[in-house]
Every structure is written in C-alpha cells, then in structure tokens.
Design a protein around this ligand. Structure first.
Ligand code: NDP
Length: 254
C-alpha cells in the first residue's frame, strides 16, 4: 500500500499498461495539490503531459507548463493550440483547477459567489470547449472533471462551491451522453477531504469534526485521487465507463 502511494518510482512497478503511453493529456491547475499528483502519475505512466498553472509553475515536473487562468476563455483556447502544436493531438483533459470561497450564506458576497462559479464551473467550460470538437473529429478521447463530496451532499459554508461542484456532475453526465457517439468518454471524480492546501486552510476544530465522519479515519492523499483519474483516462481500464462519478472519499459519503 505504501509503495502504491509513492508515485515516484512507481510507473515501473505496475507491470501492466493503462494504455496512456504517449497520450497527450492536459491537466489544469497542475502546479500543486491534486493536480500536481495527477501530472506526476501521468508522467510516470508515459503520457505526454501539459499542465496549466496560474501562479508559479512546478519545477519538479518535466511536463509542458503553460501559464493560464481557466476563467480566461481566450487563454484556454491558446492553451489547446499550443499543446497540439508542441505535443500533438489532445487525447485527455483533466479539468482540475478549482477554488473555495467559503462563508455562511448570509455573509457570502456576490464576488465570492461569482469567483467560485467562474473558476469551478465556467472554468471547466473554458477548458473543455477548445478540446472537445477536436476529440470528436478524431473519434477518441477521455475527459475527467474533478467534482467534490461537497457537490454530492452539501457542506456548511460552501453553498457556492457545492453548487459549482454539483453542476460539474450535471455537465459530466450530459456531455457523456452527447460525446458517446464520437467515441469520447466523460467522467468525474468526487474526492472527499484530501491533504492539500485547500484542506490545510480549514480550521483545526473543523478538521477534527470532518475526520470523525470518515470511516477510513484519515484524509485522502492527492496520489489516491490521481490513480482514480488515471483509471478513468485509460482507454483500456475504463473503456466501458462514461457518465460516471467515482468517489474517492474513504466512505465518508456513500
Ligand atoms: P489546491 O488549492 O491545492 O490547488 C488548486 C489548483 O487550482 C492550483 O493549481 C491553482 O493554481 C489552480 N487554480 C485555481 N484557480 C485557478 C484559475 N482561475 N486558473 C487556473 N488555475 C487555477 O486545491 P486541490 O488540489 O485540493 O484541489 C484540486 C481540485 O480538487 C479542485 O477542483 C478542488 O475543488 C477539488 N477537490 C479538492 C478536495 C480537497 O479535499 N483538497 C476535495 C474535493 C475536491 P495556483 O497555484 O496558480 O493558484
């Protein structure tokens, strides 16, 4: 189990192929947190990875780094162009970039409402729109959108975030139905609480309460989400799975 969580040096240990070698895959928000773990795993699996970063790039990654904000439609169109020129046809997209702007509803400003929706929902539209028609033309591809346990069951102080993440599920299921005839699969991963900056920013007392609700009795690791994403991207391992939401939450919500 420990070795499986250690992505570094892991590609060689799997022994079988997920069929992701040389596949061109875009990961948004790949510089840190869950996105960084996804980039690292895909690199190990032999994919040609490109990732976007809004702040600093990740100096540990070999992957193509492109600075872009997912709320900027033109910038995301340019990202897709750059990837196709430098790496080749895009096979996979992981719409991972996301933010929280938490507050109890009466105190939630319209700026915080808009920020969560613009990044977490419109950002996914901006990410997918330049890639999807190209995938349709080529009759292959796999999309993974990162939703959240909050989108499934709601969460205190997260009306904006939960709304955006629930919307991702609707988008995923609808696009999966449309895309199926073009040989393109669309799935979502709904992580529970994963040890990243996003969870570290939750006050200790609240973290303790959350922990007490998790049957596996720990927060998840970014690598554990990365494996679920790689599985759903795989043209071999998940070829009959589309329109699905894969929970990675230690049975916190089933
Ligand atoms: P982090 O806060 O650690 O990282 C967020 C990532 O998203 C960063 O790479 C960040 O870039 C990027 N990002 C944020 N806003 C934008 C933007 N406007 N344009 C481009 N990139 C942006 O979060 P996590 O790794 O924890 O979360 C990753 C995804 O997983 C998110 O969608 C989140 O909602 C979801 N999730 C996380 C859970 C958790 O427990 N951690 C649980 C459930 C879902 P930068 O570094 O430049 O800010």
């Amino acid at each position: 189990m420990k070795e499986l969580l250690n992505i570094d040096g892991l590609g060689e240990q799997i022994g079988i192929s997920l069929g992701l070698e040389d596949k061109v895959i875009l990961v948004t928000g790949g510089n840190r947190g869950i996105g960084a773990a996804i980039v690292r795993l895909l690199e190990k699996l032999g994919s040609k990875v490109a990732y976007t970063h809004r702040s600093d790039r990740n100096t540990q990654h070999q992957a193509l780094a492109i600075q872009a904000d997912v709320t900027d439609k033109a910038a995301m169109e340019a990202v897709a162009e750059q990837i196709e020129q430098k790496l080749g046809s895009i096979y996979g997209v992981v719409a991972n970039a996301g933010i929280t702007r938490d507050n109890f509803f009466p105190k939630l400003t319209s700026e915080d409402w808009d920020a969560a929706i613009d990044t977490n929902l419109k950002g996914v539209y901006n990410t997918l729109m330049p890639a999807i028609p190209k995938m349709y033309d080529r009759k292959e591809g796999s999309v993974v959108c990162i939703s959240s346990i909050s989108g499934e069951r709601g969460n205190l102080g997260q009306t904006n975030y939960a709304a955006s993440k629930a919307a991702i599920v609707g988008l995923t299921k609808s696009l999966a139905r449309e895309a199926a005839r073009y040989g393109v699969r669309v799935n979502a991963v709904a992580p529970g609480f994963i040890e990243t900056d996003m969870v570290k920013s939750i006050p200790d007392k609240v973290q303790e309460r959350i922990l007490s609700e998790i049957p596996l009795n720990r927060f998840g690791k970014p690598e554990e989400v990365a494996w679920a994403v790689a599985f759903l991207l795989s043209p071999i391992a998940s070829s009959y799975i589309t329109g699905a939401v894969l929970r990675v939450n230690g049975a916190q919500h089933t």
